[in-house]
Design a protein around this ligand. Structure first.
Ligand SMILES: Nc1ncnc2c1ncn2[C@@H]1O[C@H](COP(=O)(O)OP(=O)(O)OP(=O)(O)O)[C@@H](O)[C@H]1O
Ligand SMILES: [Mg+2]
Length: 250
């Protein structure tokens, strides 16, 4: 009994995401048909598949921005926490502390500068202002934007705006980053740099990445490439990351 309990705890600790039987309906249309997915801490997983397969829908649910239609007979644990047990308020806090999002359309706030956009999630987390700004400047510098920090989004190129959005997604040191077509708007050099950055962050800070992409080069770089077709994961290529501490599973 106690051995079983220890093993269960070990599994909970090793996985960043444990999703079971995730389904989503829009009216009569079933968009997700029972997705099961386990992602280990520190793993980089890519999701590819045809347009309309349900990739964004799945990412939004895993990222707690949307909810599955079958809460009763499904499970979604993030970092060992069953997110459907959380109230809206707790969920917003959980998201702010643990999850980073990078979207194709970066959704920066137009009236704020690059630096302010990056700082906002840190202010929401109530991290001291000077600490947030220091980290924001470091991130922007790391992303090659130190000369643009006081510019507003409409004074930045598409690639620069995308990098600001990446810095914003990292400001609170999230344990997991969900990226939906993160390099869709970038030239190939900026896209390569962004992809390298994901791997550097994983290697340095052990962050977990789930990346939806049509960029097959990026998809192949991931530890595991999942293919989604018609609301199901149909294929998985690669080896599960053995977790940064190399802690054995079970
Ligand atoms: N709010 C909604 N209401 C109704 N149908 C929706 C809604 N959102 C998505 N869908 C439908 O769900 C299906 C899956 O959409 P989703 O955005 O997840 O696809 P995707 O795999 O991300 O596609 P793409 O590669 O084009 O981004 C599509 O058929 C889409 O039309
Ligand atoms: Mg999509």
């Amino acid at each position: 009994m106690s051995v079983l309990l220890i093993n269960f705890q070990a599994v909970k600790k090793a996985y960043m995401i444990q999703a079971t039987n995730i389904q989503k309906f829009y009216g009569d249309l079933q968009v997700l048909k029972g997705v099961d997915l386990h992602i280990k801490k520190g793993e980089i997983v890519s999701i590819v598949g045809p347009s309309g397969a349900g990739k964004t829908t799945l990412l939004q649910i895993l990222g707690t921005l949307d909810v599955q239609s079958n809460k009763v007979d499904s499970r979604l644990l993030i970092n060992g926490i069953e997110v459907s047990d959380l109230s809206d308020r707790e969920l917003a806090k959980f998201r702010n502390h643990h999850i980073g999002f990078i979207f194709q359309f970066h959704q920066l706030l137009p009236e704020f500068t690059a630096l302010e956009n990056v700082c906002i999630p840190g202010y929401i987390k109530k991290t001291p202002k000077d600490e947030v700004e220091k980290r924001a400047k470091e991130l922007l510098e790391f992303l090659g934007l130190s000369h643009r920090i006081h510019h507003k989004p409409n004074e930045l190129s598409g690639g620069e705006q995308q990098r600001v959005a990446v810095a914003r997604s990292l400001i609170n040191n999230p344990s997991i980053i969900f990226a939906d077509e993160p390099s869709g708007n970038l030239d190939s050099e900026s896209a390569d740099n962004l992809h390298k950055l994901f791997f550097e962050l994983r290697d340095k800070f052990g962050q977990t990445f789930v990346i939806v992409t049509h960029n097959l080069e990026l998809a192949d770089l991931a530890d595991r490439k999942l293919t989604m077709v018609d609301g199901r994961i149909t294929d998985s290529v690669g080896i599960e990351w053995t977790d940064i501490t190399n802690r054995p599973l079970l």
